[in-house]
Design a protein around this ligand. Structure first.
Ligand SMILES: Nc1ncnc2c1ncn2[C@@H]1O[C@H](COP(=O)(O)OP(=O)(O)OP(=O)(O)O)[C@@H](O)[C@H]1O
Ligand SMILES: [Mg+2]
Length: 210
């Protein structure tokens, strides 16, 4: 049986939540409605607590990059074992707002952590497990941040300087150029155009993978 695990990735304000709604509608239209929606960090009781810790409970000088990395993977382990794998075993579809690619981009690219360290952790937690499809919404960071700055509550990560997001985006692009299961969507377009692009790519993928 094929796994149906779709991940949406991208910088803050790139349009991930909007894209997930588009994907949901497209799947519903072809009769797929047994879908589990999840997010990283989060998606389990432990994961949601870790999400709050990561986003709101510390200042940057109170948590090391390595500690941050380790708790992100604790949340991921919990989600994979308790939610994602059991659901896929039952033939359900999963759509996740972020997954492991975020750690590659933010922790290696943004934070500058050692690539081998992150990949070792990834192997310990995920082994060879991978999403079936990842859609990466590409946007210049200043534009994404502009979109979210109008919100009331800005979290610790969103307060990072622009240079952090520039490095994170560069790393996303580097990984994507080497991986055929990650498809890039230009998120710097009108919402309708982004939705069209998502539908085109998704429908093409569905024909081969349903
Ligand atoms: N293509 C677009 N053009 C203009 N505005 C957009 C576009 N896509 C989404 N938006 C708006 O930008 C804001 C951020 O979009 P959204 O919440 O989907 O991004 P996100 O990637 O989920 O953000 P976050 O990282 O904070 O979860 C929302 O107000 C949304 O309506
Ligand atoms: Mg969102």
């Amino acid at each position: 049986m094929k796994n149906h695990f779709i991940v949406v990735e991208g910088l803050e304000g790139s349009g991930k939540t909007t894209a997930i709604n588009t994907i949901k509608k497209t799947l519903n239209n072809i009769g797929i409605s047994d879908i589990i929606f999840t997010r990283e960090p989060g998606g389990t009781r432990l994961g949601e607590k870790i999400r709050k810790l990561i986003k709101y409970n510390f200042k940057n000088d109170q948590i090391t990059h390595k500690s941050e990395l380790l708790i992100l993977y604790a949340a991921r382990n919990q989600l994979i074992e308790k939610v994602i794998k059991p659901a896929l075993m039952k033939g359900k579809w999963i759509i996740s707002d972020r997954h492991d690619l975020s750690s590659q981009a933010y922790q290696i690219g943004g934070r500058g952590l050692n690539k081998k360290l992150v990949q070792l952790l990834r192997y310990l937690v995920l082994g060879k497990f991978q999403p079936s499809l990842t859609l990466y919404l590409d946007i210049p960071p200043e534009l994404g941040l502009q979109r979210i700055y109008s919100r009331n509550k800005i979290d610790r990560i969103e307060k990072e300087p622009l240079s952090f997001f520039i490095k994170t985006r560069e790393y996303y692009l580097k990984i994507i150029s080497k991986n055929k299961n990650i498809l890039l969507i230009n998120a710097n377009q009108k919402i309708e155009q982004v939705q069209n692009d998502i539908n085109l790519i998704l429908n093409k993928w569905l024909i081969k993978n349903i």
